[in-house]
Design a binder for this molecule. Structure first.
Ligand SMILES: Nc1nc2c(ncn2[C@@H]2O[C@H](COP(=O)(O)OP(=O)(O)OP(=O)(O)O)[C@@H](O)[C@H]2O)c(=O)[nH]1
Ligand SMILES: [Mg+2]
Length: 450
């Protein structure tokens, strides 16, 4: 539980050694507290959005030389008075500065508390606040773009407008209930129908974008699976363009899974090299590795089945493919060692030479195409948040009920109920409807200092 009256402090930059480290304070006493430990101009008398050089004093000892940035309420990230102290990036110095702030009345900020205050002060809605966390966590171009789009308002505005229109209808319908004896209709059913139709379309499109959003936000896990010596580790190295995994002509070289990330056109792929799968091995460690490979394969978003084209029969491959299909897996068949192969090529199979890095780019593109259909339109809104997705599903359900109610001319009070349900879930996304517990939960997933 947060106490919004407290002035909070936290390190805003990562812990560790850096050229500078930034400590951030927010709250009504942010400037007063900083004035107590800062030797330079009196900050309380300075204008907002100004920088001040001075000394951070620990009693009469100079602890550090620092630059202080001032943001006065409401023109700051949180909407409160905010001070940022940029000191030298020594963990010791930064800890001491934080301790000084606490000794002078500041409280250590909890995870996400700065952004939660920004939300509570109306600087951001909930979906935007969540986009801040996504932006910080983004590890690829696509993730950054989607988060940035949502931070700038993305779909919030659209949802808010729909919600407001629906509120008007809800009010009119509830008014009808007061006149239920007189059989009047204040709410224009044709207009309501149109609005419901629009909400259905927009919410449906947003919900559909979640599959892609999930890929963008969490990346795609790719298990490289196959028999020993197929060239899986060689392929991992070729994809990464780096000698990451040990390669040898001894079957059973890779024992444990090896995971590395690869960025393809802005999408993050987590490649997992696995131990070659063979049924009969007396080696205990190898058989643990084989079990791990099977588990990895089951969890992966995409399975790359790699085989040595020179010693694998068509029946074997067909059998594998049937197995993947039966398990509903997203898979690619990849034939390796084409440098020593002169036979026929099958449709639907990618032929590569991992050793000579031949056609490896085609495989990268095939991986990308497996998860992304068409271009990622960076300007369109993509839902990346499971919470939003869950709420949108509920919006869509209530819309179906409203529509059915209108079609069958059911009583207004029942329609009013479904509309309220729809309003609730629309409002939940942007935070217009929320509870303190829910907020605490959402913001606790943030990092401290944001
Ligand atoms: N000619 C040829 N040899 C390859 C190719 N790719 C891998 N090899 C060779 O095949 C052998 C096995 O390669 P690895 O990458 O260790 O095979 P793996 O599938 O990881 O094997 P395990 O870890 O034992 O399951 C090595 O001698 C590689 O040099 C290729 O494209 N062409
Ligand atoms: Mg290997």
């Amino acid at each position: 539980m947060y106490n919004i009256n407290e002035t909070i402090v936290a390190l805003a930059t990562p812990a560790g050694i850096g050229a500078i480290g930034v400590i951030r304070l927010s709250g009504s006493k942010a400037i007063e507290i900083t004035d107590k430990i800062f030797k330079g101009k009196k900050l309380a008398n300075q204008a907002s959005h100004t920088l001040h050089f001075g000394k951070i004093m620990q009693g009469d000892k100079v602890l550090d030389e620092a630059v202080v940035s001032l943001y006065k309420a409401p023109k700051s990230y949180t909407g409160e008075d905010v001070v940022e102290i940029s000191g030298h990036g020594s963990q010791y110095i930064l800890e001491q500065i934080i301790n000084l702030c606490i000794a002078n009345g500041a409280h250590m900020a909890k995870a996400g508390e700065f952004t939660q205050r920004a939300f509570l002060n109306g600087k951001l809605d909930l979906a935007q606040a969540e986009a801040v966390a996504d932006l910080i966590a983004s590890q690829s171009g696509a993730a950054q773009q989607a988060a940035m789009h949502n931070l700038r308002g993305g779909f919030s505005e659209e949802l808010k407008q729909m919600r407001e229109q629906l509120i008007q209808f809800s009010a009119l319908i509830e008014l009808e209930l007061d006149f239920s004896q007189e059989d009047v209709e204040f709410a224009d059913r044709t207009q309501l129908y149109k609005l419901i139709h629009d909400i259905n379309e927009i919410a449906g499109k947003l919900a559909d974008s979640f599959r892609l959003g999930n890929v963008i936000r969490n990346g795609v896990s790719v298990a490289i699976i196959g028999k020993p010596n197929a060239g899986k580790s060689t392929l991992l190295n070729a994809l990464l363009n780096e000698e990451r995994a040990i390669v040898s002509d001894i079957a059973g070289t890779t024992r444990d899974t090896i995971e590395e990330t690869l960025n393809v056109n802005g999408i993050l792929f987590r490649l997992i090299d696995t131990a070659g799968i063979r049924e009969h091995t007396s080696d205990v460690i190898e058989s643990i590795g084989v079990q791990r490979s099977i588990d990895t394969m089951k969890r992966a978003d995409v399975v790359v089945y790699l085989y040595d084209v020179n010693n694998t029969t068509g029946e074997e491959i067909a059998e594998q493919a049937a197995l993947f299909k039966q398990e509903n897996m997203n898979y690619l068949l990849v034939a390796n060692k084409t440098d020593a192969y002169f036979g026929n090529k099958q449709n639907g199979t990618i032929y590569i030479s991992a050793k000579n890095k031949e056609n490896v780019n085609a495989l990268k593109q095939a991986l990308y195409d497996k998860v992304i259909t068409g271009d990622i339109n960076t300007e369109s809104t993509i839902i990346t948040n499971a919470r939003h997705y869950a709420s949108l599903q509920e919006v869509l359900k209530s819309i179906t009920d409203i529509q059915a109610g209108l079609d069958t001319h059911i009583a207004s009070d029942l329609i009013a109920l479904d509309i309220r349900r729809c309003l609730f879930y629309l409002g939940e996304i942007t935070g217009e409807v929320t509870t303190e517990d829910k907020l605490d939960y959402i913001f606790s997933k943030f990092c401290i200092g944001k």
